[in-house]
Design a protein around this ligand. Structure first.
Ligand code: ARG
Length: 433
């Protein structure tokens, strides 16, 4: 029997299986937030007189017991129950009797699931944010530890100019700052209350939506009831864009690591226990972790697109289509967290090869240094460029790589601005509070 069934006629098993699909798998994750939303709703119903103070109190206590079951891991959605919303109401009614049947006044599963998802995503964003900030700190400290270890810098994947491990790792740290700017925007979108919008057109009951907003700790309401429903899908997309941005940073870092582990580069290596072998080639130390991070992060970057296509041109109002945002976005949250965890593990064990640029094959990395040296002696840049080009062409170019390099401007190998970048991170982290 479903919440919405008026008699005992039953839905075809095939329809049931198709419409519920994988929804319960993801609804389980919403359970604590479903109860939290219900406690706020019931508290408000008690305050505006739609339930008596005693009834509201009984319902809140019953809901708290259900919350404890969820926390203890003993909560499940029974086979013939459609979703988490139905399960919680059913359990409450079994526990406290008819009072349990009052809690849905002025509410629909449409605003219920919308508020559940906002609460769930708000917490998930904070979790992701913490992991990003931890990876950021590791990148910064590793960058500082290797600030004097030089690395070839490439353009077009051709040897370009001197870079350093400090500059390389610091770049990814700074990239995470901007990724969090996008995630912080998603946080602002998620941090507004759709509860009380009902099925999408409000209610004739004197609900106090400002009160539930306060009880749930949202920064504001989604005021317009039609718009409150439209935030379903829009919020998921905003979060997906934040995840996609982080994924892009991680995916590119993973690709760099694959390349730098390659024997022709051999800039970095990792302990045996962090690499994988081949079943046939005994010498192999494969970068499987980075390859999988790369692939997973590429998939995560398709999530905003997948959501966009699924939701494009939906008319206003609730549609069952929206149910599927959960199975698209929720696994991506787990994947990005796993990728960050593994990236942290790998980077905390990175072994950096020193003295790379002393190799003959990297001598042209210093062509710009040589040009600049001539410019400093008073030769105009274009003329100096020609002279050095000539020496490279006739094979007479030589550069003494043992000379210290003088890069002094902001964001150069000689000045990583690690503290300033940490300051940018502090500013963005404050946006999540
Ligand atoms: N599982 C549904 C969803 O995620 C819950 C809302 C159902 N509402 C409805 N009108 N059928 O969207």
């Amino acid at each position: 029997m479903k919440l919405w069934q008026k008699d005992n006629s039953s839905v075809s098993a095939l329809i049931e299986r198709f419409t519920v699909g994988r929804d319960k798998e993801f609804d389980i994750l919403l359970a604590p937030y479903d109860v939290q939303g219900s406690i706020a709703h019931v508290t408000m119903l008690g305050e505006v007189g739609l339930m008596s103070p005693e009834e509201a109190q009984r319902a809140v206590s019953g809901l708290r017991e259900i919350a404890a079951e969820i926390a203890a891991g003993t909560f499940s959605i029974e086979p013939d129950v459609e979703d988490v919303h139905s399960q919680v109401e059913l359990m409450l009614t079994k526990r406290i009797g008819d009072t349990g049947k009052m809690i849905h006044s002025g509410r629909s599963r449409n605003d219920q699931v919308a508020v559940d998802i906002k609460l769930f995503l708000r917490a998930a964003i904070l979790d992701v944010k913490n992991r990003v900030s931890s990876l950021f700190r590791l990148l910064q400290s590793t960058s500082e530890a290797h600030k004097d270890d030089l690395l070839p810098g490439y353009t077009h994947l051709q040897i370009g100019m001197p870079s350093s491990f400090g500059l390389w790792l610091g770049a990814y740290a700074e990239s995470l700052v901007d990724d969090l700017e996008i995630l912080a925007a998603a946080y602002q979108v998620a941090n507004k209350n759709p509860l009380g919008s009902g099925a999408g057109y409000g209610s004739s009951f004197p609900l106090n939506r400002t009160r539930t907003t306060e009880l749930l700790g949202f920064a504001a309401l989604n005021y317009n009831s039609v718009y409150a429903q439209m935030t379903r899908g829009k919020t998921e997309k905003a979060v997906a864009m934040g995840l996609g941005s982080i994924a892009s940073t991680l995916g590119r870092l993973a690709m760099d690591c694959c390349l730098y582990m390659n024997q022709n580069f051999a800039f970095i290596s990792f302990p045996d226990e962090l690499t994988t072998g081949s079943s046939i080639m005994p010498h192999k130390k494969n970068p499987d972790v980075f390859e999988l991070i790369r692939a997973k992060c590429n998939r995560i970057q398709s999530v905003p697109n997948e959501l966009t296509l699924m939701l494009a041109n939906l008319p206003s109002g609730y549609h069952r289509d929206l149910q599927l945002t959960k199975e698209i976005l929720f696994p991506a949250l787990e994947e990005i967290k796993a990728c960050m965890e593994l990236m942290e593990l790998m980077l905390s064990n990175i072994v950096v090869r020193k003295g790379i640029l002393a190799e003959e094959k990297y001598k042209y990395l210093f062509s710009v240094e040589e040009v600049n040296k001539l410019v400093n002696l008073g030769i105009p840049f274009r003329e100096a460029y020609k002279q050095v080009g000539q020496r490279i062409a006739d094979g007479s170019f030589a550069f003494d790589g043992s000379q210290p390099l003088h890069h002094t401007h902001e964001g150069s190998i000689g000045r990583l601005n690690t503290a300033e970048i940490a300051g940018l991170m502090e500013n963005v982290l404050a946006k999540f509070s």
